[in-house]
Write a protein of this length. Structure first.
Length: 232
């Protein structure tokens, strides 16, 4: 059986709806808790697919969270190997940093359900399954587009929403993996961030209720196509 190893930073930010197509594609999925369970280069590099999930810290905060230095090294090694790697939110920022792109606070927090605008490169691949569909945005940081990478998606607030370093390697700033049925875990887990920045959890909760089914259908279609076309 193929192995998918995912680095997790907070328990409620997991693979979500992506777990099902991964299992359908023959992957055994395991999680490693960042900063708690050491991740060896051997375990990381031997995995058929590596995933770095989101979290509410900044790539540049390794003085506060020293484990980020090890994570950056793992991500850099995986990118250099050319093996399949998926980075989501913080994971995408770590990928950008590993490729020597700047990561920094954005002009505004982008939190809530909305679409992404796909570039021609994005429309030519698996992300086309997300065209016109809602995804969850939840970030304050952004990054410059790494040199040599294809820009795949943008929003007005965050011009760099998705990029592709190479076949089977993908960074997503947004959360296409989000299972709307578990929206409440995010609203509670990030309640301080919401309150401090003027976001109403009632609006996000209602959008999850009305948009969740469309988001799930699109997210599943995207990941199934990505696994089939790019992950070998």
């Amino acid at each position: 059986m193929k192995r998918c190893v995912a680095i997790q930073h907070v328990v409620f930010e997991n693979l979500g709806i992506f777990a099902r197509p991964l299992e359908e594609a023959g992957f055994a999925v395991s999680y490693v808790q960042a900063g708690v369970v050491p991740m060896t280069q051997e375990l990381w590099q031997d995995a058929d697919l590596a995933v770095v999930l989101g979290g509410p810290i900044g790539v540049y905060q390794d003085d506060l969270y020293p484990f980020l230095m090890d994570e950056k090294a793992l991500v850099a090694a995986r990118l250099a190997s050319g093996r399949p790697l998926l980075g989501i939110c913080l994971g995408a920022q770590l990928m950008a940093a590993a490729l020597d792109a700047a990561v920094y606070p954005g002009t505004a927090k982008e939190i809530g359900w909305g679409q992404v605008a796909l570039t021609p490169a994005g429309m030519s691949g698996p992300l086309a399954e997300l065209a016109g569909a809602p995804v969850l945005h939840w970030h304050g940081d952004t990054f410059d587009l790494p040199r040599g990478c294809d820009l795949l998606a943008s929003t007005a607030v965050t011009p760099h929403q998705a990029f592709r370093p190479g076949p089977g390697q993908l960074g997503l700033q947004f959360h296409a993996e989000m299972d709307a049925a578990f929206m409440e875990t995010w609203l509670v887990g990030h309640c301080c961030e919401l309150a401090a920045n003027g976001f109403d959890p009632r609006k996000i909760r209602e959008d999850a209720r009305t948009l969740g089914a469309r988001a799930t259908a699109a997210g599943l279609a995207f990941l199934r196509r990505w696994l089939e076309e790019e992950v070998r």
